[in-house]
Ligand binder design. Sequence first.
Ligand code: UD1
Length: 418
Amino acid sequence: MDKIVIEGGASLRGDVEAGGAKNAALPLLFACLLTDQPCRLRRVPDVADIRTTRTLLQTLGATIEEVGPHELIVDCSGVREAEAPYDLVRKMRASFLALGPLVARFGRGRVSKPGGCAIGTRPVGMHLAGMMRLGARIEETHGYVDAVAEKLTGGHFIMEMPSVGATENVMLAAVLARGSSRIENAAREPEVVDLAAALSDMGAKIEGAGSSIIEIEGVEALGGYDHEVIPDRIEAGTFLIGAAMTRGDVHVDGARASDLGLLLECLEAAGATVVVEEGGVRVSAEARPRSVDIVTAPHPGFPTDLQAQWMALMTLSDGRARIAERIFENRFMHVPELARMGADIRVANGEAVVRGRERLSGAPVMATDLRASVSLVLAGLAAGGRTEVLRVYHLDRGYERIEEKLGALGASVRRVPV
Ligand code: UD1
């Protein structure tokens, strides 16, 4: 297992490219299960979660060809197996997205139930309620979920809350159902919109993705797609926060201001300069950040996946910032680690109060989940002295070559085998 070693103190400066969005690429890969035609996916990030998905699809019988850097052709014509085993699902919860396409195309899907994870219990009840609305029978035995339906039928599904995964899973099933479906209170994330675009390219009839009502008219069969994944707004946002935090100046190539709305407003409120440029977004800062409260919420609210990074920024602010986490019940695992670097943070009732300090001091710290680990990397960049971030595999789930990208921006970041 590697660790990341950071010598803090340098300002991030220069241009960096946002890779393809992991959270968009995952459902797009599962969409390949819906057709026996090849699908070509471009700008696929080379991160651990994508490798897990590739292994899962191959276990089901798919062939996957790497035709260029970040470019895959996925052929699911050979898929006969309809079971996603525990070994792979436990590595990555998004594997549960296999359920919708499997039951839609093969009449049966069997997927291991994902367990909890560091940030909360993360149930799948809404995914299952959605499948049942489409006429699937659900059985849960021996840690697996079986969804069976000779032919799914269109249905009307009102979600208790706009779950990203459940919206995607139901979309992936409803596109091949008989008749029309309607998802209300649907997630509006850009990744949902990207999935709808690729499904439309395959011949699906979908309207409303990006709004809270998605309408789908099922079709008999779908063809392949040729699709480029949207740039990763979370990776982009991480670099932009890093620029503000190190009083640097960074242009993130590919960052889409329309996907980053509230973050950019918050960065401006914190005193950074935000410029929407051709092909990307640039953030610079010269002074200590002002404190800015945030409340995480479904898109277009402040993304929970940027909460830890925002907290890292606020540890250096000139006041007191309130950070409320409303999506996951236990997403403050980075707090004790940031505290080891000198941050002053109190947590109570799903809210953190951060009193900014003038400086942090480098320390050995432990990554606990994907976004928590990158917040520790950001803190390490801004801190005095050396920071070592252990358990880097969390980081590798969602950030490609982060040490190289940060290095190119002037930071001293090394990956060291332990
Ligand atoms: C996706 C993202 C993740 C992000 C999250 C919220 C992917 C691969 N992952 O995760 O990075 O942090 O959206 O933006 O895209 N819930 C239920 N029952 C369900 C499903 C969800 O109660 O059946 C709850 C969850 O526990 C959580 C909330 O709904 O409290 C939102 O979760 P959801 O939007 O489903 O997150 P994911 O799709 O798992």
